[in-house]
Design a protein around this ligand. Structure first.
Ligand code: BG6
Ligand code: BG6
Ligand code: GLC
Ligand code: GLC
Length: 917
């Protein structure tokens, strides 16, 4: 009995001595809670640094956005392939996810070896090898010729700009294949897979193993928002608020951030914590100076740390009687599994003896106890360091959520965590001590990262399918060169019908003679009044033209025309106009003055002289009764008479295209075409009199108002009209009319966009499938909004803000789609308009028998002026479709009022000349 006591006493004394000895030797490796809290605070600062746009480039902890935005919600399904590369084992898997009632995931997998010559050889050989393994797997599982989406778990730091791309920043752990760093690993693998003609795989997602782990665990526990790996390497990811991620546009919701915490300390932040053993280990590693935090923690290094320490202790005569074996001198001879075995609760001591003996040592009882304690200190430090960094993440989550107490789950994986007998317990305990205000559940990922990777792939494949649907809609608006040439040809043919006596009455492009026969010559002068009705603004103007210097002074005032007047009776409309004139004269102090007046009236009028214009039909937003078929000049005169306050000499009525051509022609005599791309769309040009069958005489030229907005009203461009164009037409004031205008002008583009958005929403592709009241409201997308949305300088958030101003509650993804829709619609408009313009310049070139035509087009209209791309695309299209014409587009700075005044001046002079004769 006494002997037993004595033995026990002797043993505990021995143990105490050994522990004290090791504790003394490894003093620096034992971290107090105070130190851990300090490390935790440092890691919090590192995370902040990594997330900031300006600080990220120099941050050691990279905080990589993963483009994984949500944890699984159970709606995922499908069949996927998965690769898991970078941990201790390389696996290929097939994952079947179904929802039928309850969540159900089935996996089949196969491990493949990763020989050193492959993972440290040539990059292309590594990817060829991976592709070969995949092909082999597909063959054995009978999956060849099946097109499957693939999720790639790739456990190295990658910079991602989207889910299906990742630039390898640097190899870590055991990998060091040449020529891969700085390249996109997804394309590397895709390229390698293409060599296998018999497999068709689409890599939809690249995920880090931490992300895969987080998603795997979140599938079972929706509270899971952190993923931690303590395996060959160590790392963590967590769900960060988008508003804190500077590197990614958008601020709603969350995104998973791969912290790459293994690199913590690479900038020297942990030098006071690192020991001589850590430094020695680092020097002998594949990546010296890198992954310094990882090298104190993870499985690839723990055994080696122990070996270095044991060797040092032996050298100092503190172990093995000062004896060292050659195995103890050999790098890598002690592995993490040995450390785990030596720390086993019961068999630990026996295991230690066996392991040391295998290393060619002759350990005493005391040695075994000491070595066991070395292992404990090394692995405990590992758990402590992990705990400190994890505590920082948990605190960040709690603060982000503005909670006093956080309840959360951390998904765990990695061999150290899984096989080391004490590790999980220690880790959990320290974490709970460091963050007492977090209730943390640790959940081991039973099925590795793959299940999670499959969830991410499932979401990606749903997104891809949706993308296809969106692209299908956008494709309807993409016109080929042939289609545009066809439009050009048909427009040209319509011009001829409109000009010919026999076909004129039934022609859809009316080709109206304007009785404007020449361009300004600089001799015009005088004071004129002008009206400008039919565009976005109604204006009354006073125009003073001085001869010789081609200088013009203008005074104008904009007046509103309320909708009820635009669509009321004709008398009301003209009374309102006259009221505005009276106000203007009053305002200008011109009461009683009898000035000649030019009337820009931007609607189709049949003219028999310059001062007569019978409205054929209203277009755009006007629909006043009793006007169609009436002479607009007469109606204006009558309204002036009704008011009986002043008299005006109405000399000319001109279309806005004609006014615009004249305005520009005053500066550039080469300007023989006028184009409006505004509320409506129209064009006029100078035509040879001999071609105008409706007007007597063959000499000289006359301006023709084409009214090309009506092009297509006979169905000739129905092949390119979409269901959305038809919807817009049906909802308009003039169904079936002005079909070309409805595809090309400001009043309708926004409506087309709105119709597309409604359809995409109905298909569940936008606005979470919810059609809001706002979206149902006609006219919400004015040209100015389209123009703003499409501006290149605008960040996504600003687009979103515009949509919000319009009352559309959109996510950032929605905003991207809306912008694309706007782009497709406005691009088509510019191209169609370009095809029309190409038709007229080519006609002019041919009519004049020229090899090459140089001509200027005067242009006006809010679409042309405000839209960021319209004018460029228009110009490009004309150039392509009319290569033998040198077309200069000249913006009319002064509106059509000036042109109308110039026309009035010429008409007045002619009037006087006639009187005098
Ligand atoms: C596995 C995951 O379970 O754990 C891998 O499926 C991960 O994706 C690995 O890389 C990490 O642990 P270890 O110890 O294999 O590096
Ligand atoms: C103005 C002209 O500048 O542009 C008007 O003065 C013309 O005559 C108008 O109708 C066309 O553009 P919008 O976009 O106002 O219809
Ligand atoms: C290394 C890698 C990291 C990975 C971790 C765990 O730290 O850089 O991407 O998550 O190992 O496998
Ligand atoms: C409409 C009108 C036309 C006008 C054009 C531009 O198409 O019918 O006359 O020129 O809009 O304002």
């Amino acid at each position: 009995m006494f002997a037993v006591h004595l033995m026990a006493f002797y043993f505990s004394k021995l143990k105490e001595d050994q522990i004290k000895k090791v504790d003394r030797f490894l003093y620096d490796m034992r971290l107090s809670d105070e130190t851990l809290l300090d490390i935790m605070a440092r890691f919090q600062a590192e995370m902040q640094k990594g997330l900031g746009k300006d600080t990220n480039p120099t941050a050691a902890v990279k905080m990589l956005p993963t483009f994984v935005r949500a944890i699984p919600d159970g709606s995922e399904n499908g069949e996927f392939l998965s690769l898991d590369l970078g941990g201790s084992k390389f696996r290929v898997l097939k994952v079947q996810v179904s929802q039928e009632g309850k969540r159900n995931v089935q996996m089949e997998s196969q491990f493949y070896p990763t020989p050193n010559e492959i993972i440290r050889g040539n990059g292309s050989e590594l990817f060829d090898y991976v592709a070969d393994c995949l092909a082999d797997f597909m063959k054995t599982k009978g999956l060849k010729h099946k097109k499957l989406p693939l999720g790639l778990t790739f456990s190295f730091p990658c910079r991602q700009t989207k889910l299906e791309e990742g630039i390898l920043l640097s190899w870590t752990k055991k990998f060091k294949a040449r020529g891969v760093q700085g390249t996109d690993v997804v394309s590397c693998l895709t390229k390698a897979m293409r060599k296998h003609k018999d497999i068709d795989v689409d890599i939809l997602a690249l995920v880090n193993d931490t992300v895969g782990t987080l998603m795997t665990c979140a599938y079972d526990d929706p509270y899971c928002e952190v993923g931690v790996i303590i395996g060959t390497g160590t790392n963590a990811c967590y769900m960060e608020d988008m508003s804190n991620i500077d590197l990614v546009e958008g601020d709603e919701g969350r995104m998973c951030i791969n912290t790459e915490w293994g690199a913590f300390g690479d900038d020297g932040a942990l030098e006071d914590i690192r020991t001589e053993f850590d430094r020695e280990l680092d020097l002998g590693s594949l990546n010296p100076g890198k992954q310094l935090f990882e090298k104190m923690i993870s499985g690839l290094y723990l055994g080696e740390l122990v070996r270095i320490i044991l060797l040092k202790m032996a050298k100092a005569g503190l172990l093995f009687g000062g004896e060292k074996s050659s195995a103890l001198h050999t790098k890598g001879k002690i592995e993490t599994r040995h450390v785990a075995a030596m720390e086993k609760y019961k068999e630990g001591l026996a295991n230690t003896r066996e392991i040391l003996t295998d290393l060619g040592l002759e350990p005493s009882e005391a040695d075994c106890i000491a070595v066991q304690h070395v292992c404990t200190i090394v692995s405990f430090r590992s758990a402590n360091l992990c705990a400190a960094a994890l505590a920082a993440i948990l605190t960040r989550l709690r603060v982000n959520k503005k909670l006093a107490r956080l309840r959360t789950t951390v998904g765990m994986d990695g061999t150290v965590y899984k096989i080391h007998p004490q590790y999980p317990k220690r880790l959990h305990k320290v974490v709970r001590r460091l963050v007492p205000n977090c209730d943390v559940r640790f959940l081991l990922s039973e099925s590795g990262s793959t299940k999670g990777a499959a969830m991410v792939t499932a979401v990606a494949s749903r997104v891809q399918a949706q993308r296809k649907q969106i692209d299908k809609v956008l494709a309807l608006f993409q016109l080929t060169r042939e289609q545009l040439e066809d439009v050009q040809g048909k427009m040209r043919a319509e011009f001829e019908y409109g000009l010919k006596k026999d076909t004129h009455l039934t022609a859809t492009v009316k080709m109206l003679p304007t009785y404007v026969c020449g361009m300004p010559d600089g001799t015009e002068k005088g004071k004129f009044l002008a009206l400008d009705l039919g565009g976005t603004n109604f204006r009354v103007l006073l125009v003073k033209i001085r001869s010789g210097r081609r200088s013009v002074r203008m005074y104008n005032k904009i007046f509103a025309i309320p909708l009820e007047i635009m669509q009321g009776t004709g008398e009301e409309l003209f009374d309102h106009i006259v009221q505005c004139i009276a106000d203007f004269l009053d305002y200008m102090g011109l009461k009683g003055a009898q000035l000649p007046l030019g009337f820009t009236f931007s609607f189709p009028c049949r003219q028999t002289s310059i001062d007569k214009g019978t409205l054929i039909e209203w277009t755009k937003g006007f629909k006043a009764t009793d006007c169609e078929g009436e002479d607009m000049v007469d109606m204006l005169r009558e309204a002036i008479k009704r008011r009986n306050e002043f008299d005006l000499d109405i000399v000319a009525v001109v279309n806005d295209t004609v006014g615009t051509m004249m305005t520009c022609g005053h500066e550039d005599p080469n300007c023989e075409i006028g184009l409006i791309a505004g509320t409506g769309s129209n064009m006029c040009y100078m035509e040879e009199m001999r071609n105008i069958e409706l007007v007597e005489g063959d000499e000289g030229k006359m301006c023709i108002n084409t009214e090309w907005g009506g092009f297509g009203d006979n169905g000739c461009i129905d092949d390119i009209r979409t269901q959305y164009d038809k919807k817009v037409d049906e909802g308009s004031l003039n169904p079936g009319k002005q079909r070309y205008e409805k595809m090309t002008s400001g009043m309708y583009l926004g409506e087309i966009v709105r119709q597309i958005l409604i359809d995409l929403t109905k298909q569940g592709l936008l606005f979470r499938g919810q059609i809001s009241e706002r979206l149902r409201t006609r006219g919400i997308f004015e040209t100015k909004f389209l123009s703003q949305i499409e501006s290149d300088r605008l960040a996504l958030l600003q687009v979103r803000r515009i949509l919000q101003q319009l009352g559309l509650d959109s996510t950032c993804e929605d905003s991207i789609v809306v912008k694309e829709v706007c782009g497709a619609v406005s691009r088509r408009a510019a191209q169609l308009c370009g095809a029309g313009l190409a038709a007229v310049v080519e006609k002019r070139r041919e009519d004049q028998g020229l090899e090459y035509l140089k001509i200027t087009v005067g242009v006006d209209g809010t679409l042309y002026k405000l839209h960021p791309h319209f004018s460029r695309i228009l110009q490009e299209t004309v150039k392509e479709l009319a290569p033998r014409c040198d077309v200069t587009l000249m913006l009319s700075e002064d509106g059509s009022g000036k042109g109308a005044a110039l026309i009035t001046a010429v008409a007045k002079r002619l009037q006087q000349a006639q009187k005098e004769n």
